[in-house]
Design a protein around this ligand. Sequence first.
Ligand SMILES: [Mn+2]
Length: 239
Amino acid sequence: MAKPIIGIPAERRLVGDSYRHTVNQGEVAAIIKAGGIPVLIPTREPALASHYSHLIDGLLLPGGPDVAPRFFGEEPLPEMAEADDRLDATEMALIKQAFAAGKPMLGICRGAQIVNIALGGDIYQDLATQMGHPIYQHQQKAPLDQGSHYVDISESSMLANLFHGQRHVLVNSCHHQAVRKLAPQLKLTAKAGDGVAEAVESKDGRLILAVQWHPELMYKEDAAEYAIFEDFIKRVKEA
Ligand SMILES: [Mn+2]
């Protein structure tokens, strides 16, 4: 495989008075730098997901709005923020198809949550009200290209390899939701000191790496954060 095709589901955003299909520049730039070809996947017609699945070699699940709780069998709490169930349904279909086809995935922030939901897990709709104890500031007020809280990385994980055995790592944080019940195919490989899930990986050690933080905003300064993208492209090429 020369340069693998990496699908990135697009968020619908109102820009001025028209709706636009958007992906984040940070992810696009990181994928290109790591040797992949990013392609934007529109998310208005979930039934078309299978057509896009055939076109891609790997799937990047980016940050974005909250996931609609009906996808994990709950009603919305007052603390829920914006959600878009066409984005959710499209991404869930893409994830299931990529999983079935053995196409590697990289999840970022919301991406870590929706990959877990798509494979049968669930999330906290709102950490501050649902964790049952005080938590860190996970919606950091510091600039997002700077780390703000530490995560503890599990031994024998993809992340531990990428961080060269460094097990206590400073990351950025921009979320009020996080993984709760793990999907059966996933394991938790990083968490913050307050117990919030910060990374999940597939048990096969190859197909899925998903982090709750934003490496696409840190990779220029931090070699280990860039290694997350390099490793993703390598996993895709070897799949
Ligand atoms: Mn966090």
